[in-house]
Design a binder for this molecule. Structure first.
Ligand code: IVH
Length: 695
């Protein structure tokens, strides 16, 4: 970047031209391709540099100047929606002094010396949306786009269950509610895990994942991704019913919109500062990413007096957290072996402070990612951490590559057990073929089995599992339930084998005592009755997370029913369950084909009683345990809402009509499914009848 004071008009014009192209390219990568290559700080620097030149040479401001655009140019594949009220951006500041300046300038503008109230809101790192309601009914939704024209994402927004489709009586006749669509960190990690397994490219961060999921032409894909929202502002409103931002939030809450409970009214700069510090502290532990705090003048009357600058309100500002990217060196690349045998390359980094947390390793995802980005041992790389999501290596600085950096060759043997590693056609991941003879897989499997959403055995944390595995005390999940007996206090258990008869005597191990061992045994005993979803999840079937396990439990009711169908390879029945695709179904059936897995299940069941799945709340609903299929267009609610309602009442919602179907709910313009129902003599209900039954 040149020294602006020394630029001639000719040079300035050339710089502005270069910046217009460069920033447009970065915008495109960020907004259209959801694949930013500049850090926020680098991007901001370019924008500031551009603005500084424009301030000095206003006559040179270009028609296509980046300063005239708020966000993304609108992508052509969606219909356009012109916002009745533009969707604005916020000015950024990076220090409490600048926040102080902002507060002072607000007071100066209003010509007041009094303390003002500011609403401090976590700045959600997602995508803004605008949802329009007419007479309380959700009619259309849009992205911000360039602030003036956005993309029509009505169908996609409808799939987000947190967004109310119908508002209660008494809301303004026209009401546009705006907020942020985001993906929770856990949902992002699960999505990426699936992507890696399926050989797809993982998303760089939750924001990109949310953007990629929302900007889907096929809303079915959006529906499969877990998106969430927070509402925080409004667009057009026929008759506003609030005088402050605080009152607006109360209304939003009353109307059923998610409002962030961390929004906080601050009455002084001190409170603003304390709140910022507090948010910095809890930031990493929040289930979603935030990249700063937004301050808004609380009083709407004052907001109106303050008005707007070109693209930003004068009454609000964003206080950004320090960048969460940093530059460091890859010391080594090693392979981590997961529970299902996937070999994941991990970069060992020279420890570096990224946004207040020391990062010393980061995932490189898979072989293709290493090749694509050309990561080599010795390279200087940009490391990114979004909240407490696993740190990632974003890009390599080619100009800083040492001469002796060699391309990484992915191993074709498992580094933990030496078994062959294979990479199947169409898959991105190499897998170790050692199965549970591979110590890494066995340990991960045990850890998963005792984890919180599975058997939840307190006292068997990662370290203990490691220790017990290495000492030969625990080799597989069954061993957990024979632990107490094998501990063999007084009675010899095997007269012919002295070492065995001695018992384990865990209480004599380092770090253990009589009490902690007793507690461990009690924790294990407490899990001898286990719920069906937990048991299914604990098995560690590839791709079956806690949510899928719950769905399977709901659909099958008992483990025997589930197992019988799996052993008989009833893949079709699995696929009929909403949310289970062909690929997942194959993995589930393949799991039950393994003799080893069958044996473990058999043995486990000698010690553990798997409870039948009963949804207490719904036991007496007419849909309890029934299989329901929806078809045609529903008028009162979206398909997603209807499905959730039916599931809450204990129904299994299937995607296609078969002999197992109990009810078909028929909306307008229903086609072949309704016909098939009549042919099979299955009871059909209209939408109105369905609503009557559930009310
Ligand atoms: S208010 C006129 N509140 O930040 C005010 N924005 O840089 C417009 N954002 O486009 C926005 N959390 O995508 C507001 N609590 C919050 C926010 C928030 C995140 C995003 C939003 C907006 C961008 C502005």
């Amino acid at each position: 970047m040149e020294d602006i004071t020394k630029l001639t008009p000719l040079e300035a014009a050339a710089e502005l031209e270069r910046l217009a192209t460069e920033i447009a390219r970065a915008d495109n990568a960020y907004y259209q391709n959801d694949e930013p290559y500049l850090t926020d700080a680098e991007y901001d620097k370019l924008k500031h540099y551009n603005a500084a030149i424009e301030a000095k040479f206003p006559e040179l401001i270009r028609a296509d100047s980046p300063s005239k655009r708020v966000g993304a140019a609108v992508q052509s594949k969606f219909n356009k929606i012109t916002h009745r009220f533009p969707m604005l951006s916020l000015g950024d500041v990076f220090s409490i002094e600048e926040v102080d300046d902002f507060v002072m300038s607000v007071k100066r503008f209003l010509n007041t010396a009094e303390e003002l109230e500011f609403m401090a809101e976590p700045k959600i790192d997602g995508l803004s949306f605008s949802a329009r309601y007419e007479n309380g009914k959700f009619v259309s939704g849009a992205t911000r786009g360039d602030g003036v024209v956005g993309e029509d994402i009505t169908a996609n927004l409808r799939t987000i269950s947190q967004l109310p489709q119908q508002l209660p009586a008494g809301v303004p006749q026209i009401l546009e509610v705006r907020g942020e669509v985001y993906m929770a960190k856990s949902d992002f990690l699960a999505l990426n895990e699936r992507a890696v397994v399926q050989g797809k490219k993982p998303f760089a961060n939750p924001r990109n994942a949310a953007a990629g999921s929302l900007r889907q032409l096929d809303p079915k894909i959006t529906a499969e991704r877990k998106l969430s929202i927070w509402a925080y502002t409004w667009g057009e409103v026929s008759a506003p019913q609030w005088q402050t931002q605080e009152e607006f939030f109360a209304k939003l809450h009353e109307w059923g919109f998610p409002v962030n409970p961390l929004n906080k009214l601050c009455r002084s700069l001190k409170e603003i500062e304390d709140n910022f510090e507090q948010m910095m502290k809890i930031r990493a532990s929040l289930p979603y990413d935030i990249d700063g705090i937004v301050y808004k003048v609380n009083s709407i009357a004052l907001q109106e007096r303050l008005g707007f600058l070109t693209r930003t309100p004068r009454w609000a500002i964003a206080h950004k957290f320090p960048a969460e990217q940093a530059l460091t060196r890859i010391k080594d690349i090693r392979i981590q072996v997961g529970r299902t045998g996937v070999l994941t390359p991990v970069a060992d980094l020279e420890p570096i402070n990224v946004g207040g947390v020391i990062v010393s390793h980061a995932t490189l995802h898979n072989e293709d990612e290493i090749k694509r980005k050309d990561f080599r041992i010795g390279d200087m790389v940009v490391v990114q951490r979004a909240g407490d999501v696993i740190p990632q290596v974003v890009a390599v600085k080619l100009g800083m590559r040492p001469d002796d950096a060699v391309p990484y060759v992915f191993p074709n043997k498992c580094p933990e057990c030496g078994a062959h590693a294979v990479r199947e056609e169409g898959e991105a991941a190499w897998r170790c073929t050692g199965g549970l003879t591979c110590p890494a897989q066995a340990k991960e499997h045990l850890r998963h089995f005792v984890s919180k959403e599975a058997f939840d055995i307190v006292g068997l944390g990662d370290k203990v599992v490691d220790e017990f595995y290495t000492a030969g005390i625990l080799q597989n999940p069954v061993d957990i339930f024979t632990l107490e007996q094998r501990n063999g206090a007084d009675e010899p258990q095997d007269l012919f084998n002295f070492s065995k008869s001695e018992g384990l005597h865990l209480e004599n191990r380092m770090g253990w005592g009589k009490k902690s061992v007793e507690q461990l045994f009690a924790a294990i005993k407490a899990r001898k009755n286990i719920s069906l979803p937990r048991f299914i999840y604990a098995l560690g079937i590839p791709q079956v997370g806690a949510a899928t396990a719950l769905m399977l439990a709901k659909n099958y009711g008992t483990f025997d029913d589930f197992q019988n169908d799996m052993v008989n390879k009833e893949t079709a029945k699995l696929v009929a369950i909403d949310g289970i695709g062909g690929n997942m179904a194959e993995d589930i059936v393949a799991f039950f084909e393994e003799e080893h897995n069958q044996r473990i299940i058999r043995e486990l069941r000698q010690y553990v009683k798997i409870e039948e799945f009963v949804d207490d709340e719904v036991a007496d609903s007419p849909f309890s345990g029934k299989t329901v299929v929806f078809t045609g267009t529903l008028e009162q609610m979206t398909r997603a809402e209807a499905k959730t309602l039916a599931q809450k009442l204990g129904a299994k919602v299937a995607g296609s009509v078969s002999n197992h179907t109990d009810y078909v709910i028929v909306g307008a313009d229903a086609g072949s499914k309704a016909k098939k129902a009549t042919e099979l003599g299955i009871k059909t209900l209209s939408e109105a009848e369905f609503l009557k039954v559930i009310k």
